[in-house]
Design a protein around this ligand. Structure first.
Ligand code: CMP
Length: 145
């Protein structure tokens, strides 16, 4: 079954939207295959997760945003789940995300320059497999042993 990686980012946790995100996924009949609270993401996890962003000027701010509080990591399973969850997340900037999407409904604008956008959702199947390994390394260790 296809799987994707979602993160409920520190702003999404702090503003109380863990339940909202999970209930939207369940309403779509997707299965939560794994779920964990990460008290503080490590710089190594974030550098691996955002490997294509490390040279961006906003990268240090992105790391401090992602380390500003606990986040929730989820593996979500179902047919076409990568595309569907990416669509459900909505546009990167909450100001551009449509109503009905997670970011459009729960995102807000912050005045510190960071784009805080409630959730992350893998954008491709290959990215999902890589990101699942970053946030759930214990699962790939289990399948390797
Ligand atoms: P996400 O979908 O997790 O993928 C990359 C993240 O980088 C994005 O959400 C935003 O949180 C952040 N981001 C992308 N572009 C910018 C930008 N121009 N300025 C600040 N943060 C950004």
């Amino acid at each position: 079954m296809e799987q994707t990686l979602m993160l409920i980012k520190p702003d999404g946790v702090a503003t109380g939207h863990i339940g909202d995100v999970i209930s939207r996924l369940e309403r779509r009949q997707f299965t939560i295959t794994a779920l964990k609270v990460v008290q503080k993401a490590t710089t190594a996890q974030l550098t691996a997760h955002y490997a294509d962003k490390v040279n961006e000027a906003f990268f240090p701010g992105l790391v401090s945003y992602m380390q500003s509080g606990p986040l929730v990591a989820l593996i979500v399973s179902g047919t076409d789940v990568v595309h569907a969850c990416h669509q459900m997340a909505g546009a990167t900037k909450p100001s551009e995300a449509l109503p009905g999407t997670i970011r459009g409904d729960f995102g807000r604008l912050w005045d510190d320059g960071a784009i805080k956008n409630v959730v992350h959702s893998s954008d491709r199947i290959e990215a999902a497999a890589h990101e699942i390994d970053i946030w759930f390394p214990e699962l790939s260790e289990l399948t390797e042993s």
